[in-house]
Every structure is written in structure tokens, then in C-alpha cells.
Design a protein around this ligand. Structure first.
Ligand SMILES: Nc1ncnc2c1ncn2[C@@H]1O[C@H](COP(=O)(O)OP(=O)(O)OP(=O)(O)O)[C@@H](O)[C@H]1O
Ligand SMILES: [Mg+2]
Length: 363
């Protein structure tokens, strides 16, 4: 699966930008602030219909304009597919081969993306919520029903919280409604927990070996922490019952997969608290490369790898070991401020896209 052509209109700093004949390896060069990350971002947005830079997608719309548009031409199995993504203040409009897709779920994931960017270090450093978001996006790419189940689960948690608040105020209220909610929470929570556990197990199959290449004497393992882990649906129902009085006292749902977290165990301890900045970057990169291996080997997909600022993050030994080990069928986009960072033999085979500050349009 290759992105062959890309056309941006009013996307970030670009009023109009077009590039075609994209290759397997694409190197985007230019000074700081010229729009390198924005190109990777546009490829990400056209796959997932959301940005990775902010919770508010509207930030992609060029200042002083009122819409943003991305057009992509994909090549796959000797065929081509045209994707259109438009964002206005009203919402998102998406098309595949000029046919309007009313539901975003019918548009997303026409190609898979894996992003490595300094911004993503928050997966390691920040709150459990960031790590759950990471898992949700990764799982949404491999399982269409995952987001559906998760959305249903989240509605149940919202309803339960609302009801717990009411009971908190008025203790005479009937509790049978909570039983109904809990049985559904157990059912959907079980499903999500199972999918998350399976996915993390798959990542673990690869991540140790990948990390070992960077750090010969170190180990890396992802630990999944979930209150539902290893439990059947009926055991989850029992757990929810046991925790009921506590939740009634708090007026809040404290039990469930909305409290899940993952830990990156570097030499058996949590990297979040103990590992240096440089090691955290290697852990993040190992995670992303493990994600890539899972998609290729377990799901027979050919994701597009977006490597933002990889070279400012790693020393040259590690850079070359990554680039040399990449699967040849994978399309890669890589940004750098200095082409000398990349081996000449690699540059020779790549499409080099030079961005300059002079103009925000290349037409
Ligand atoms: N909505 C927007 N409208 C107009 N310009 C924007 C918008 N959002 C961001 N920009 C500008 O777009 C430019 C490109 O940002 P981008 O992050 O792509 O640069 P970069 O080449 O990756 O830089 P660096 O090397 O520092 O990472 C920045 O100068 C930024 O100020
Ligand atoms: Mg950048």
C-alpha cells in the first residue's frame, strides 16, 4: 500500500501543496518550521480522520481560511484509490473514489499508519489516559468492531456515573438499574480487555528482540494492567458487585477497563519513572517497530511508516540499524533538517522532497 500522490489545500502552513511519484522511501528535508511534520500529519489525518497533534482537529485548518483539504492517491495491488478528506467548522467530509462516505468509519483505515514522533513520547511519560488512547488507535486499525464496542462501553460508564451521582444525592433510589448496567459493562469490558491483552501479547512477541538490537544488555516488556484481566464475564459481574458500595460512596465508577494502563518495563522497572530520556525514545521506537511487525506478520498488512525527526532522536549507529532493517515493502516517510544525517546510499534510492520557506504554495 503506497501513497503515490498527495495534495493539500489550506493545510497548516500550506495554501496549496502537491507532490506525486512518491516512492517507497521518501525523505522530506527543510529547515525548522517549514512544514515537514505537517506533511506526515496530513498522511496520518487521511488515514485516521484525526490529527495526532491536538484533541481539536481544527488546528490543521490554515489560519484565516475556513476549510482544509487532503487528497491522496493510493496504489495497492495494481489498483489505485482516491481519498478525499475535508474539514470545515461544520465537520468532516470524506470521499473514496469520489463517492461520499457518510460515516467516518467507512472512510478510515484505507491504509494503516505507524507514527514515530517526539510528540508521541507522551505515551511513555504522561497519564494512563494517553496510553489508553494509544491502545485504542492501534486496535482501531486492526479491528473494525473495537471502536464500536468501546463507544458502547463508554456510554454505559457515562450512564452509570450519572446514576451513581443521583443515588449519592438520594439514597432511596432503586439499584436494579445499576445491575442492568453492570451486566452490560461486564460483557463489553470483557471483550475490550481480551482484545487489548491479545494485542499487547503480540507486541511483546517482537519488542524484546527489537529493543535488544539497541541495548544489548537490557530487557523490555509491556505489562498490561486491567482489573478485568484474566476474568470471565461472570467473574467481572461479581467484581462489580463487590465494588458497588465503594462506588456508591464515591458516586463514581472506579471499576472497569476505562481505568486500564500499560507499563513499559525496562530491566523489570517502569520506564516512566526510571529510564533516561534517551532510553525512553528507544522504548518508544521499539514499540512502534513492534507495532509494524504485528501488522505485517500477524495481519498481513503493509502499513506506512511515518518517522518524524528520527535523526534528532538517535545516534547514527541506531539510525542505520533501523533503516537497514526496515521491510522493503513498506513505504516510509522520514523528515530531517539535514540530508547529511542520512547515508548517501539510502538517499540515492529515495524520493527527496525539499521544502523551502519562501512560499507556502508549490504551485
Ligand atoms: N493552522 C495553521 N495555519 C497556518 N500555519 C500553521 C498552522 N499550524 C501550524 N502552522 C505553521 O506551520 C509551520 C510548519 O510546521 P511543521 O511542524 O510542519 O514544521 P517542521 O518543518 O516539521 O519544523 P521542525 O523542523 O521544527 O519540526 C510552522 O511554522 C507553524 O507555525
Ligand atoms: Mg517537525
Amino acid at each position: 500500500m503506497y501513497v503515490r500522490k498527495l495534495e493539500l489545500t489550506n493545510f497548516r502552513n500550506y495554501s496549496k501543496y502537491k507532490v506525486d511519484e512518491l516512492e517507497s522511501m521518501n525523505i522530506i528535508i527543510g529547515e525548522n518550521g517549514v512544514g515537514k511534520t505537517s506533511i506526515l500529519e496530513s498522511i496520518y489525518v487521511c488515514s485516521l480522520a484525526r490529527t495526532f497533534k491536538s484533541n481539536d482537529d481544527y488546528v490543521i485548518v490554515k489560519n484565516n481560511t475556513d476549510y482544509s483539504k487532503i487528497k491522496i492517491e493510493l496504489d495497492y495491488q495494481d489498483k489505485t484509490k482516491k481519498l478525499d478528506f475535508t474539514l470545515t467548522s461544520i465537520g468532516k467530509k470524506t470521499k473514496i473514489n469520489n463517492n461520499l462516505k457518510k460515516r467516518i468509519s467507512d472512510f478510515i483505515c484505507q491504509y494503516k499508519v505507524i507514527l514515530f514522533s517526539p510528540d508521541e513520547l507522551r505515551i511513555i511519560k504522561e497519564s494512563p489516559n494517553t496510553r489508553r488512547n494509544y491502545l485504542n488507535i492501534a486496535l482501531a486499525q486492526i479491528n473494525k468492531s473495537y471502536i464500536n464496542v468501546l463507544n458502547k462501553y463508554n456510554v454505559l460508564i457515562k450512564n452509570k456515573n450519572d446514576y451513581l451521582k443521583k443515588v449519592y444525592i438520594n439514597s432511596n433510589m432503586d439499584l436494579t438499574y445499576l445491575d442492568v448496567l453492570d451486566s452490560k459493562i461486564a460483557e463489553y469490558g470483557f471483550e475490550i480487555c481480551k482484545l487489548r491483552a491479545e494485542y499487547i501479547e503480540k507486541l511483546n512477541k517482537y519488542i524484546k528482540r527489537i529493543f535488544y538490537k539497541f541495548r544489548r544488555n537490557d530487557t523490555l516488556y509491556i505489562k498490561y494492567n486491567s482489573q478485568f484481566l484474566g476474568k470471565s464475564v461472570s467473574e467481572i459481574v461479581m467484581l462489580l458487585k463487590r465494588n458497588r458500595s465503594n462506588e456508591l460512596n464515591l458516586g463514581l465508577t472506579k471499576t472497569g477497563i476505562h481505568r486500564d494502563d500499560i507499563e513499559f518495563l525496562h530491566n523489570e522497572v517502569n520506564a516512566k519513572d526510571f529510564s533516561s530520556q534517551g532510553i525512553q525514545k528507544l522504548i518508544l521506537l521499539s514499540l512502534k517497530l513492534a507495532e509494524l511487525e504485528v501488522l505485517i506478520n500477524d495481519y498481513y498488512e503493509e502499513p506506512i511508516l511515518l518517522l518524524d525527526d528520527l535523526f534528532s532522536e538517535l545516534d547514527s549507529v541506531n539510525q542505520n540499524s533501523i533503516l537497514n532493517n526496515l521491510n522493503k515493502n513498506i513505504q516510509v516517510f522520514i523528515t530531517t533538517t539535514d540530508i547529511n544525517n542520512i547515508k548517501p546510499s539510502m538517499v540515492k534510492k529515495a524520493k527527496v522532497i525539499e521544502l523551502s520557506r519562501r512560499d507556502d504554495s508549490n504551485e
